[in-house]
Ligand binder design. Sequence first.
Ligand code: FES
Length: 129
Amino acid sequence: MPGMNESMTSPIADSMPVATPASYYQRHIFFCLNERSNGEECCAKHDAQAAFDHCKARVKAAGLAGPGQVRVNKAGCLDRCAAGPVVVVYPEAVWYSYVDVSDIDEIVESHLKNGQVVQRLLTPAHLGR
Ligand code: FES
């Protein structure tokens, strides 16, 4: 790219369009709902489906659902199983490890509604699969 040195570019940045359209949703939250039948750790073991259903209901009840606002999506394994159950919120790319629906309520109210990261629920950076 003209005017940039090599340290300022990456393969990802080079493949992205210069101008991006406005985001259809302000925020996306993805819930890992992956289930493993071989006994390995997975988010489904920790009531991820119930947390997803609860989040959808709370977002809708709060009037946050829809274009220009928030979308709650199912996801398969996000490859951070050791930290599960996990969700990730975009565009901020903030990962959370939750325990119960009260944690989901806090993510909805603080992050999805008000844009404030819930520090106490952040997934430890070193935890992957
Ligand atoms: S099973 Fe949920 S992150 Fe892998």
